[in-house]
Design a protein around this ligand. Structure first.
Ligand SMILES: [Zn+2]
Length: 147
């Protein structure tokens, strides 16, 4: 592992633990060269999951892409990155090998965001459902307030 400070590649692991209920692993590391302490996370990335978009195009599932979309929705909201990682871990854990509709992935994200932060949920829904007018926006907001 390269040290982010001195770029040396000699480090030792001082602690390894399961986080997020065993869905991910965090390793605390210490650089043997400069003493810098940092952590790495092993994230779940499912192999062999293909996302089918609405227009029928297919592409391999890409956690990073999904993460970016979720981060955009969560921009400036008080959500720790830890929570976001956990959210993504749970969504990824629901995916099965093979083809999955992008709508399905978005629904999973929305379900998790709803429990996490309603504002982020509404933002994500507005992008995903491509709201074209205020009516649609208000419909989702009233859905949220009824729940
Ligand atoms: Zn170092």
């Amino acid at each position: 592992m390269k040290c982010p400070r001195c770029s040396g590649d000699d480090d030792r692991v001082s602690d390894t633990r399961e986080v997020n209920g065993g869905l991910a692993i965090r390793r605390r590391r210490v650089c043997n060269r400069c003493g810098f302490r940092f952590s790495t996370y092993e994230e779940i990335n499912p192999d062999g999951v293909v996302v089918v978009k609405r227009d029928g195009t297919r592409q391999p599932f890409d956690r990073k892409k999904l993460e970016q979309a979720v981060k955009r929705a969560c921009g400036k909201r008080p959500i720790p990155s830890e929570r976001l990682r956990e959210l993504l871990d749970r969504v990824v854990g629901e995916l099965k090998q093979g083809e999955v509709a992008s709508d399905k992935v978005a629904e999973l994200i929305m379900k998790e965001l709803y429990k996490t932060d309603v504002v982020a949920y509404i933002r994500f829904a507005s992008v995903y459902r491509k709201f074209t007018d205020v009516e649609q926006f208000l419909a989702v907001i009233s859905e949220v307030s009824e729940k």
